[in-house]
Design a protein around this ligand. Structure first.
Ligand code: GMT
Length: 374
């Protein structure tokens, strides 16, 4: 198949999934054309069958706001025509599904290009619900030839919040379990915790929805019982506030803000437990990455997290903001080696058995075939 993929190219789970999907499909012989305003950050090195088409943005004094949606639609038309694409697979509904709708209609006299939209999270649960976007998001989803969502939770939210009576296929996030795997002792661990302290880790884009401050409040409680460090990976709007909180709680020595990092596998491997106390999380790819490295996860009970994390098997789940309970769960795991080992094994097994890319990529392929033959 010849497939156009559009995603946000910067840090973020939807861009990671879209890029890894494209790369895996290319390895399986499909021709993949990424269409975006910048090279997706996971698209490093040469990959056979993968092409990149940059959406150029012209500036004009009259345009006070960049017209990306329209420029993207034009580029989609151009690439679909010249590369003879079979379908456009867009990740994150806003504005990609709307650009694809425009492109499809501009092309309709020449070809019937199919549009598949994958819903990832805040496109449905947050931004999409804003009155200025809701009618457009609803329309763009309804007009897509096929729609997938990354969890049952997100599928149900889409159907109820947007009154959409359309079949939405649930295809979960996936992971390369050969890449994200347990490693022998990391030197990084000794560097962070030279006195043998335990290590908690959290990775995110530090948006409000991630509740990163809760990880610091969890540490504040855990540290009273077990010497522990916290590694925070990533950057975003809440980082300064989190740094301020660390100073206020006198925890700065115990928390390492690493910012954006490439060596995630090593960082995850150096830790004991992954924390994800989000306000909203449609799947939780970051938690899956940790599980694949054999790390138990302590999370909030929101969105798709309970579909990923098995309470009392691969980790623990608590109410949003219940940092006391989350801290208790962390201490329980850190002070019980046998339990910790079992949870670690269960986490790795669950990643391999349910979310390995070799299991999930064929689901997308099947879905493409189904939509193309409809
Ligand atoms: O929806 C977002 O907030 C952005 C998006 C992203 O690009 O990181 O994240 C979502 O998509 C990921 C990949 O499908 C999911 O694993 C994340 O759970 C989801 N984030 C939220 O729902 C907050």
């Amino acid at each position: 198949m010849k497939i156009g993929i559009t995603c946000y190219p910067t840090y973020g789970g939807s861009g990671v999934i879209a890029t890894e999907l494209g790369k895996a499909l290319a390895q399986r012989g499909h021709q993949i054309h990424f269409i975006s305003y910048a090279l997706p950050f996971r698209l490093t090195g040469f990959v056979e069958n993968v092409f990149f088409h940059e959406v150029e943005m012209s500036s004009y004094p009259l345009f006070e706001f960049p017209l990306y949606t329209l420029a993207l639609a034009s580029k989609m038309v151009e690439v679909s025509e010249f590369e003879n694409l079979d379908l456009l697979h867009v990740h994150y509904a806003i504005p990609h599904a709307s650009s694809a709708y425009l492109a499809k209609n501009m092309l309709k006299k020449k070809k019937d290009i199919k549009i598949i939209t994958t819903l990832h999270g805040t496109d449905i649960t947050l931004v999409g619900l804003e009155p200025s976007f809701l009618p457009l998001v609803k329309f763009s989803i309804e007009e897509s030839d096929g729609v997938t969502a990354v969890s049952r939770f997100l599928k149900e939210k889409t159907n109820t919040n947007y009154y959409i009576d359309k079949n939405i296929e649930v295809i979960p996030n996936f992971i390369d379990t050969e890449l994200f795997k347990p490693m022998e002792a990391c030197t990084f661990r000794e560097h962070i915790a030279p006195d043998g302290e335990k290590i908690l880790v959290h990775t995110s884009n530090f948006r409000q929805v991630k509740r990163v401050a809760d990880t610091i409040r969890i540490l504040e409680r855990v540290i009273k019982e077990v010497p522990t460090k916290l590694i925070l990976v990533g950057d975003g709007p809440e980082r300064s506030e989190c740094e301020r909180l660390c100073r206020q709680l006198n925890l700065f020595e115990h928390v390492k803000f690493l910012g954006k990092q490439e060596g995630l596998v090593e960082i995850l491997n150096s830790a004991d437990i992954f924390l994800i106390p989000s306000q909203s999380e449609s799947f939780g790819l970051a938690a899956l990455e940790a599980m694949s490295c054999g790390k138990p996860v302590v999370s909030s009970s929101v969105g798709g997290l309970p579909e990923l994390i098995k309470h009392n098997e691969t980790g623990f789940i608590a109410e949003i903001g219940d940092v006391d309970r989350m801290a208790k769960y962390v201490v329980d795991l850190l002070t019980n080696d046998k339990k910790y080992e079992a949870f670690s094994k269960n986490s790795r097994d669950r990643a391999i058995n349910h979310f390995d890319k070799l299991k999930v990529i064929p689901m997308y392929e099947e879905f493409y075939k189904h939509i193309l033959s409809a």
